[in-house]
Design a binder for this molecule. Structure first.
Ligand code: 13P
Ligand code: SF4
Length: 310
């Protein structure tokens, strides 16, 4: 379908249906351009909590739309592609997690927002990469903690908070794929560059980073730091917002290990959403996210606790 037609129709349908489009920074640039709000996971959750639109189109992945539905049971929440999952959420099955949790009965459970509603329902607190340290710091020192599902983020938090966490062994397929050798090669060719990395990256990448933070944190760092060259170790979709925010700075996407043809790392799940699928989901009001009342009630508690703390 023609791009102009899609853009015009999405704008028309949005007005007609009182819909809002929330998009993550990893979305395709056409989607970011048409979104009403772009943000990191925490900002998008907050936006989903406060919007007065009747329909939320969540241009992101499944767990994000699910979180928006948990926060807005009376609103219609749409996801352009139902198959847009996440390796972290998909790698933490409720049955296995229940067994894991039962092995540590004296621990409270803090989960990264990148997990299913069933996992959130088994949690005491949810966090995002933007507030994870603050959430852990809010827990008394003598309280033992399980952190799931991202082991890399968990390891980073152990170092940052100087606390021992029992970690679930999950990972993000995008952030675990960055090549340290290639990163160092780029850095050696650009010695004035600063490296900004997402904490879902492996510890050897984080060790050489000048800044570690959420997608919004990385954007703020690059906007405010006087350096002119940055190597960005997170999903490549973030470069769209960055190139608009800092057009005069040089942005180099961190390369991944496997990929010899493309210079950067893309999340295949995030990129399942397209402008055409966005148009069709708004037109047909499908696929629609649903969460049972029982599950919603349980999953809402740790999300609300997070929002109160952040
Ligand atoms: P943030 O935008 O919260 O940093 O999360 C990154 C991510 O991988 C989302 O899936
Ligand atoms: Fe999940 Fe990684 Fe994709 Fe984020 S980038 S949605 S953590 S697979």
């Amino acid at each position: 379908m023609n791009k102009n037609f899609l853009v015009q129709e999405i704008i028309r349908l949005k007005r007609e249906k009182n819909a809002v489009i929330l998009a993550h920074y990893y979305q395709d640039q056409d989607i970011q351009e048409i979104a009403d709000f772009i943000g990191d996971s925490l900002e998008l959750s907050k936006k989903a909590q406060t919007t007065d639109a009747s329909i939320i189109v969540f241009a992101g992945v499944h767990f994000m739309a699910e979180t928006a539905k948990i926060l807005n049971p009376d609103k219609k929440v749409l996801l352009p592609d139902w198959e847009a999952g996440c390796s972290l959420a998909d790698g933490c099955h409720p049955k296995d997690f229940k067994v894991f949790k039962n092995q540590h009965p004296d621990h409270i459970v803090i989960t990264y927002i990148n997990c299913s509603a069933e996992i959130k329902a088994m949690s005491d607190l949810v966090c995002t990469s933007a507030n994870a340290k603050k959430i852990i710091d809010s827990i008394p020192l003598d309280q033992k903690i399980i952190f799931a599902p991202d082991e890399n983020l968990g390891n980073y938090l152990q170092r940052e908070t100087k606390r021992e966490l029992v970690l679930w062994k999950g990972s993000c397929v995008v952030h675990e794929a960055f090549s340290l050798d290639k990163l160092i090669e780029i850095y050696n060719n650009n010695p004035s560059a600063k490296i900004a990395a997402h904490p879902e990256s492996e510890s050897h990448i984080l060790k050489v980073a000048h800044y570690i933070g959420s997608t919004s944190g990385i954007i703020n760092f690059i906007k405010t730091d006087p350096t002119n060259v940055f190597i960005v170790a997170t999903e490549a979709g973030i470069l769209h917002e960055l190139s608009k925010a800092v057009p005069d700075k040089m942005l180099i996407p961190a390369p991944s290990t496997e990929d010899n043809t493309c210079a950067c790392s893309e999340c295949a799940f995030m990129k399942m959403n397209t402008l055409e699928k966005l148009y069709l989901c708004l037109k047909n009001e499908s696929p629609e996210m649903t969460v049972s009342k029982e599950l919603r009630t349980k999953a809402l508690k740790p999300i609300k606790r997070m929002l109160e703390l952040s």
